[in-house]
Design a protein around this ligand. Structure first.
Ligand SMILES: [Zn+2]
Length: 340
Protein backbone atom coordinates (compact mmCIF):
# COMPACT_ATOMS: atom_id res chain seq x y z
CA UNK A 1 0.00 0.00 0.00
CA UNK A 2 1.45 3.40 -0.93
CA UNK A 3 1.08 6.34 1.42
CA UNK A 4 -1.64 7.83 -0.74
CA UNK A 5 -3.71 4.62 -0.90
CA UNK A 6 -3.40 4.29 2.89
CA UNK A 7 -4.52 7.90 3.24
CA UNK A 8 -7.52 7.26 0.96
CA UNK A 9 -8.46 4.05 2.81
CA UNK A 10 -8.67 5.94 6.11
CA UNK A 11 -10.30 9.03 4.66
CA UNK A 12 -13.94 9.53 5.77
CA UNK A 13 -15.95 9.69 2.55
CA UNK A 14 -19.39 10.39 1.11
CA UNK A 15 -20.61 8.60 -1.99
CA UNK A 16 -23.36 10.09 -4.16
CA UNK A 17 -23.59 7.80 -7.19
CA UNK A 18 -23.80 4.13 -6.31
CA UNK A 19 -26.53 1.62 -7.10
CA UNK A 20 -28.22 -0.68 -4.60
CA UNK A 21 -28.30 -3.94 -6.59
CA UNK A 22 -25.10 -2.87 -8.36
CA UNK A 23 -23.29 -2.86 -4.99
CA UNK A 24 -23.87 -6.55 -4.28
CA UNK A 25 -20.38 -7.96 -3.75
CA UNK A 26 -19.55 -11.65 -4.28
CA UNK A 27 -19.82 -12.09 -0.48
CA UNK A 28 -23.37 -10.67 -0.49
CA UNK A 29 -24.36 -12.64 -3.58
CA UNK A 30 -23.13 -15.84 -1.90
CA UNK A 31 -25.36 -15.06 1.11
CA UNK A 32 -28.36 -14.40 -1.13
CA UNK A 33 -27.66 -17.53 -3.18
CA UNK A 34 -27.58 -19.59 0.02
CA UNK A 35 -31.15 -18.42 0.66
CA UNK A 36 -32.18 -19.52 -2.85
CA UNK A 37 -30.38 -22.77 -3.70
CA UNK A 38 -32.23 -23.10 -7.04
CA UNK A 39 -30.60 -19.94 -8.47
CA UNK A 40 -28.12 -20.13 -11.36
CA UNK A 41 -25.47 -18.09 -9.52
CA UNK A 42 -22.29 -20.12 -8.81
CA UNK A 43 -22.29 -21.36 -5.20
CA UNK A 44 -18.61 -21.88 -4.40
CA UNK A 45 -16.48 -18.82 -3.62
CA UNK A 46 -13.89 -19.44 -6.33
CA UNK A 47 -16.31 -19.77 -9.26
CA UNK A 48 -18.31 -16.89 -7.87
CA UNK A 49 -15.21 -14.66 -7.77
CA UNK A 50 -14.53 -15.61 -11.39
CA UNK A 51 -18.15 -14.89 -12.34
CA UNK A 52 -17.65 -11.43 -10.80
CA UNK A 53 -14.47 -10.55 -12.64
CA UNK A 54 -15.39 -7.82 -15.08
CA UNK A 55 -14.97 -8.87 -18.73
CA UNK A 56 -17.13 -6.48 -20.75
CA UNK A 57 -20.41 -4.60 -20.57
CA UNK A 58 -22.50 -7.60 -21.69
CA UNK A 59 -21.00 -9.59 -18.83
CA UNK A 60 -21.85 -6.76 -16.40
CA UNK A 61 -25.50 -6.95 -17.51
CA UNK A 62 -25.40 -10.73 -17.03
CA UNK A 63 -24.17 -10.37 -13.43
CA UNK A 64 -26.65 -7.59 -12.75
CA UNK A 65 -29.60 -9.71 -13.92
CA UNK A 66 -28.35 -12.72 -11.96
CA UNK A 67 -28.34 -10.58 -8.80
CA UNK A 68 -31.77 -9.10 -9.54
CA UNK A 69 -33.09 -12.65 -9.81
CA UNK A 70 -31.78 -13.40 -6.31
CA UNK A 71 -33.81 -10.62 -4.71
CA UNK A 72 -37.13 -12.35 -4.25
CA UNK A 73 -38.53 -11.26 -0.89
CA UNK A 74 -38.31 -8.44 1.63
CA UNK A 75 -35.68 -10.31 3.68
CA UNK A 76 -33.40 -10.40 0.60
CA UNK A 77 -33.82 -6.63 0.25
CA UNK A 78 -33.01 -6.06 3.92
CA UNK A 79 -29.96 -8.35 3.78
CA UNK A 80 -28.62 -6.75 0.57
CA UNK A 81 -29.04 -3.21 1.92
CA UNK A 82 -27.45 -3.87 5.30
CA UNK A 83 -24.54 -5.81 3.81
CA UNK A 84 -23.91 -3.06 1.23
CA UNK A 85 -23.57 -0.67 4.18
CA UNK A 86 -21.09 -3.11 5.79
CA UNK A 87 -18.94 -3.01 2.62
CA UNK A 88 -19.14 0.80 2.75
CA UNK A 89 -18.08 0.91 6.40
CA UNK A 90 -14.95 -1.10 5.50
CA UNK A 91 -13.97 1.67 3.09
CA UNK A 92 -14.72 4.40 5.59
CA UNK A 93 -17.73 5.62 3.62
CA UNK A 94 -19.65 7.50 6.28
CA UNK A 95 -22.57 8.74 4.19
CA UNK A 96 -24.12 7.47 0.95
CA UNK A 97 -27.00 8.48 -1.25
CA UNK A 98 -27.83 5.05 -2.60
CA UNK A 99 -29.72 4.79 -5.88
CA UNK A 100 -32.51 2.27 -5.41
CA UNK A 101 -34.83 0.99 -8.16
CA UNK A 102 -37.92 -0.19 -6.26
CA UNK A 103 -39.90 -0.82 -9.45
CA UNK A 104 -37.65 -3.76 -10.44
CA UNK A 105 -38.34 -5.54 -7.13
CA UNK A 106 -42.05 -4.70 -7.07
CA UNK A 107 -42.38 -6.07 -10.64
CA UNK A 108 -40.87 -9.32 -9.36
CA UNK A 109 -43.54 -9.65 -6.71
CA UNK A 110 -42.21 -7.95 -3.58
CA UNK A 111 -45.06 -5.80 -2.17
CA UNK A 112 -44.13 -2.11 -2.28
CA UNK A 113 -44.71 -1.47 1.43
CA UNK A 114 -42.66 -4.53 2.41
CA UNK A 115 -39.85 -3.22 0.19
CA UNK A 116 -39.94 0.21 1.90
CA UNK A 117 -39.96 -1.39 5.34
CA UNK A 118 -36.97 -3.58 4.43
CA UNK A 119 -34.74 -0.73 3.23
CA UNK A 120 -35.71 1.45 6.19
CA UNK A 121 -34.96 -1.37 8.66
CA UNK A 122 -31.55 -1.81 7.06
CA UNK A 123 -30.94 1.95 7.06
CA UNK A 124 -31.57 2.41 10.78
CA UNK A 125 -29.57 -0.74 11.63
CA UNK A 126 -26.63 0.37 9.44
CA UNK A 127 -26.52 3.76 11.11
CA UNK A 128 -26.76 2.23 14.59
CA UNK A 129 -24.33 -0.71 14.12
CA UNK A 130 -21.91 0.49 11.45
CA UNK A 131 -22.02 4.28 11.65
CA UNK A 132 -22.96 4.50 7.97
CA UNK A 133 -25.70 7.01 7.18
CA UNK A 134 -27.77 5.98 4.17
CA UNK A 135 -30.22 8.04 2.15
CA UNK A 136 -32.23 6.92 -0.89
CA UNK A 137 -32.59 8.15 -4.42
CA UNK A 138 -35.42 6.27 -6.18
CA UNK A 139 -34.63 5.98 -9.85
CA UNK A 140 -36.79 5.24 -12.85
CA UNK A 141 -35.53 2.27 -14.87
CA UNK A 142 -35.80 4.28 -18.10
CA UNK A 143 -35.87 1.24 -20.40
CA UNK A 144 -39.24 0.26 -18.90
CA UNK A 145 -40.74 3.52 -20.13
CA UNK A 146 -43.46 5.76 -18.76
CA UNK A 147 -45.38 3.11 -16.76
CA UNK A 148 -42.19 2.54 -14.73
CA UNK A 149 -41.78 6.31 -14.32
CA UNK A 150 -45.35 6.60 -13.06
CA UNK A 151 -44.91 3.72 -10.61
CA UNK A 152 -41.58 5.07 -9.31
CA UNK A 153 -43.08 8.54 -8.80
CA UNK A 154 -46.07 7.01 -7.02
CA UNK A 155 -43.86 5.05 -4.62
CA UNK A 156 -41.59 8.04 -4.04
CA UNK A 157 -44.38 10.51 -3.34
CA UNK A 158 -47.14 8.37 -1.82
CA UNK A 159 -45.09 5.81 0.14
CA UNK A 160 -42.12 8.07 0.78
CA UNK A 161 -39.82 6.29 3.21
CA UNK A 162 -38.06 8.48 5.76
CA UNK A 163 -34.64 8.10 4.14
CA UNK A 164 -35.78 9.18 0.67
CA UNK A 165 -34.22 12.42 -0.53
CA UNK A 166 -33.95 12.22 -4.31
CA UNK A 167 -35.50 11.13 -7.58
CA UNK A 168 -33.41 9.76 -10.43
CA UNK A 169 -33.45 8.25 -13.87
CA UNK A 170 -31.22 5.44 -15.11
CA UNK A 171 -31.17 2.95 -17.95
CA UNK A 172 -30.17 3.57 -21.56
CA UNK A 173 -30.15 7.15 -22.83
CA UNK A 174 -30.19 6.31 -26.53
CA UNK A 175 -33.79 5.89 -27.65
CA UNK A 176 -35.15 7.24 -24.35
CA UNK A 177 -35.04 11.07 -24.54
CA UNK A 178 -35.05 12.69 -21.10
CA UNK A 179 -37.86 15.25 -21.70
CA UNK A 180 -40.58 12.55 -21.72
CA UNK A 181 -39.91 11.99 -18.02
CA UNK A 182 -40.60 15.62 -17.10
CA UNK A 183 -44.07 15.14 -15.51
CA UNK A 184 -42.69 12.54 -13.09
CA UNK A 185 -39.78 14.74 -12.07
CA UNK A 186 -42.18 17.68 -11.63
CA UNK A 187 -44.21 15.54 -9.28
CA UNK A 188 -41.20 14.41 -7.27
CA UNK A 189 -39.72 17.93 -7.04
CA UNK A 190 -43.11 19.33 -5.96
CA UNK A 191 -43.04 16.77 -3.13
CA UNK A 192 -39.66 18.14 -1.98
CA UNK A 193 -37.35 15.54 -3.54
CA UNK A 194 -34.08 16.47 -5.24
CA UNK A 195 -33.70 15.82 -8.98
CA UNK A 196 -30.62 13.70 -9.80
CA UNK A 197 -30.96 12.03 -13.22
CA UNK A 198 -28.23 10.21 -15.14
CA UNK A 199 -27.40 12.19 -18.31
CA UNK A 200 -24.66 12.56 -20.88
CA UNK A 201 -23.06 9.18 -20.19
CA UNK A 202 -23.69 7.59 -23.58
CA UNK A 203 -25.13 10.61 -25.40
CA UNK A 204 -23.94 14.15 -26.07
CA UNK A 205 -24.17 17.31 -23.96
CA UNK A 206 -27.70 17.98 -25.28
CA UNK A 207 -28.95 15.30 -22.88
CA UNK A 208 -27.35 17.13 -19.95
CA UNK A 209 -29.05 20.36 -21.02
CA UNK A 210 -32.35 18.42 -21.20
CA UNK A 211 -31.77 17.09 -17.68
CA UNK A 212 -31.21 20.63 -16.41
CA UNK A 213 -34.00 22.36 -18.32
CA UNK A 214 -36.67 19.64 -18.42
CA UNK A 215 -35.94 17.52 -15.33
CA UNK A 216 -34.64 20.38 -13.13
CA UNK A 217 -31.48 18.41 -12.33
CA UNK A 218 -29.61 19.59 -9.24
CA UNK A 219 -26.78 17.14 -9.86
CA UNK A 220 -25.89 15.12 -12.94
CA UNK A 221 -25.19 11.39 -12.92
CA UNK A 222 -22.01 11.01 -15.01
CA UNK A 223 -22.38 13.99 -17.38
CA UNK A 224 -19.27 12.71 -19.13
CA UNK A 225 -20.06 14.42 -22.46
CA UNK A 226 -20.51 17.80 -20.75
CA UNK A 227 -16.75 18.15 -21.22
CA UNK A 228 -17.38 18.55 -24.98
CA UNK A 229 -19.49 21.70 -24.48
CA UNK A 230 -17.63 24.69 -22.97
CA UNK A 231 -20.88 26.62 -22.56
CA UNK A 232 -22.36 23.74 -20.57
CA UNK A 233 -19.25 23.43 -18.38
CA UNK A 234 -19.49 27.17 -17.68
CA UNK A 235 -23.17 26.79 -16.78
CA UNK A 236 -22.47 23.83 -14.44
CA UNK A 237 -19.68 25.79 -12.75
CA UNK A 238 -21.65 29.00 -12.40
CA UNK A 239 -24.81 27.36 -11.08
CA UNK A 240 -22.88 24.85 -8.99
CA UNK A 241 -24.54 21.81 -10.56
CA UNK A 242 -22.15 19.00 -9.51
CA UNK A 243 -21.15 16.08 -11.69
CA UNK A 244 -21.09 12.55 -10.29
CA UNK A 245 -18.05 11.12 -12.04
CA UNK A 246 -17.44 7.35 -12.03
CA UNK A 247 -14.13 6.80 -13.88
CA UNK A 248 -13.92 2.99 -14.03
CA UNK A 249 -17.59 2.66 -14.94
CA UNK A 250 -17.11 5.16 -17.78
CA UNK A 251 -14.33 3.01 -19.26
CA UNK A 252 -16.26 -0.23 -18.69
CA UNK A 253 -19.33 1.08 -20.53
CA UNK A 254 -17.08 2.64 -23.19
CA UNK A 255 -18.39 6.14 -22.42
CA UNK A 256 -14.67 7.01 -22.51
CA UNK A 257 -11.99 5.03 -24.33
CA UNK A 258 -9.53 4.76 -21.42
CA UNK A 259 -8.85 6.23 -17.99
CA UNK A 260 -6.13 8.42 -19.46
CA UNK A 261 -8.64 9.93 -21.87
CA UNK A 262 -11.19 10.63 -19.12
CA UNK A 263 -12.35 14.28 -19.21
CA UNK A 264 -12.14 14.62 -15.40
CA UNK A 265 -9.31 17.15 -15.58
CA UNK A 266 -11.16 19.33 -18.12
CA UNK A 267 -14.21 19.33 -15.84
CA UNK A 268 -12.15 20.40 -12.84
CA UNK A 269 -10.25 23.06 -14.80
CA UNK A 270 -13.57 24.53 -15.95
CA UNK A 271 -14.45 25.05 -12.28
CA UNK A 272 -17.17 22.37 -12.11
CA UNK A 273 -17.84 20.83 -8.70
CA UNK A 274 -16.77 17.25 -9.38
CA UNK A 275 -17.45 14.28 -7.12
CA UNK A 276 -15.87 10.82 -7.37
CA UNK A 277 -18.08 7.73 -7.26
CA UNK A 278 -18.09 3.99 -7.98
CA UNK A 279 -21.51 3.35 -9.68
CA UNK A 280 -21.73 -0.51 -9.55
CA UNK A 281 -18.42 -1.24 -7.80
CA UNK A 282 -18.08 -5.05 -7.50
CA UNK A 283 -19.49 -5.54 -10.99
CA UNK A 284 -16.83 -3.24 -12.44
CA UNK A 285 -14.15 -4.79 -10.17
CA UNK A 286 -13.63 -1.54 -8.28
CA UNK A 287 -14.57 0.30 -5.09
CA UNK A 288 -14.69 3.93 -3.98
CA UNK A 289 -11.12 3.87 -2.63
CA UNK A 290 -9.85 2.65 -6.02
CA UNK A 291 -11.80 5.44 -7.77
CA UNK A 292 -10.21 8.06 -5.51
CA UNK A 293 -6.77 6.64 -6.31
CA UNK A 294 -7.57 6.89 -10.04
CA UNK A 295 -8.79 10.47 -9.64
CA UNK A 296 -5.64 11.36 -7.68
CA UNK A 297 -3.51 10.03 -10.54
CA UNK A 298 -5.55 11.76 -13.29
CA UNK A 299 -5.56 15.08 -11.41
CA UNK A 300 -2.08 14.75 -9.96
CA UNK A 301 -3.29 15.21 -6.38
CA UNK A 302 -1.51 14.84 -3.06
CA UNK A 303 -3.24 14.07 0.25
CA UNK A 304 -4.63 17.59 0.60
CA UNK A 305 -6.00 17.45 -2.96
CA UNK A 306 -7.69 14.12 -2.29
CA UNK A 307 -9.19 15.51 0.93
CA UNK A 308 -10.55 18.46 -1.09
CA UNK A 309 -12.16 15.99 -3.50
CA UNK A 310 -13.79 14.19 -0.57
CA UNK A 311 -15.10 17.55 0.66
CA UNK A 312 -16.60 18.18 -2.78
CA UNK A 313 -18.82 15.12 -2.27
CA UNK A 314 -19.96 16.45 1.11
CA UNK A 315 -20.72 19.86 -0.41
CA UNK A 316 -22.63 18.26 -3.31
CA UNK A 317 -24.62 15.96 -1.01
CA UNK A 318 -28.10 16.60 0.33
CA UNK A 319 -26.96 16.32 3.95
CA UNK A 320 -28.21 19.13 6.18
CA UNK A 321 -25.72 21.84 7.18
CA UNK A 322 -24.90 20.22 10.53
CA UNK A 323 -24.25 16.88 8.83
CA UNK A 324 -22.03 18.54 6.23
CA UNK A 325 -20.05 20.39 8.89
CA UNK A 326 -19.54 17.17 10.88
CA UNK A 327 -18.27 15.12 7.92
CA UNK A 328 -16.09 17.96 6.62
CA UNK A 329 -14.60 18.21 10.12
CA UNK A 330 -13.81 14.47 10.07
CA UNK A 331 -12.04 14.87 6.71
CA UNK A 332 -9.99 17.81 8.03
CA UNK A 333 -9.11 15.84 11.16
CA UNK A 334 -7.90 12.90 9.05
CA UNK A 335 -5.67 15.21 7.01
CA UNK A 336 -4.32 16.93 10.12
CA UNK A 337 -3.57 13.59 11.81
CA UNK A 338 -1.84 12.40 8.65
CA UNK A 339 0.39 15.46 8.58
CA UNK A 340 0.93 15.49 12.33
ZN1 LIG B 1 -25.36 4.96 -12.36
Amino acid sequence: MTDLTAFIAGLPKAELHVHHVGSASPRIVAELAARHPDSRVPKDQETLAEFFTFRDFAHFIEIYIAVVELIRDAEDVRLLTYEVARDMARQNIRYAELTVTPHTSVLRGIPDLAFMEAIEDARTAAERDLGVVLRWIFDIPGELGLPAADETARMAVDLRPEGLIGFGLGGPEIGWPRPQFKPYFDRAVAAGLHSVPHAGETTGPGTVWDAIRELRAERIGHGTSAADDPELLAYLAEHRVPLEVCPTSNVATKAVASLDEHPLRRMVEAGVLVTINSDDPPMFSTDLNAEYAIAARLLDLDEAGVAALAKNAVAASFLDEAGKARLTGEIDAHLAAWRG
